[in-house]
Design a protein around this ligand. Structure first.
Ligand SMILES: [Zn+2]
Length: 64
């Protein structure tokens, strides 16, 4: 569903759980909890590679 691949070669995926909320937004879960960690804050999501520690950021530009 969503794939994460770090430049160190670490790869993992987020898969759809089948659980929908009342807005019909489906939850994602991580394939491997150790491969990547993430921190959600008000204006961004920071992803951290569990192997090499490199961090990536997804910024929030508009509210969905
Ligand atoms: Zn990495």
């Amino acid at each position: 569903m969503l794939h994460f691949e770090c430049e160190c070669g670490n790869k993992t995926a987020f898969f759809a759980t089948g659980h929908m909320d009342e807005r019909r937004i489906e939850s994602l879960d991580m394939e491997d909890d150790d491969a990547v960690s993430y921190i959600i804050s008000e204006d961004r999501i920071t992803l951290k590679c569990g192997f090499c520690g490199k961090r990536y950021v997804l910024k929030n530009y508009e509210n969905l």
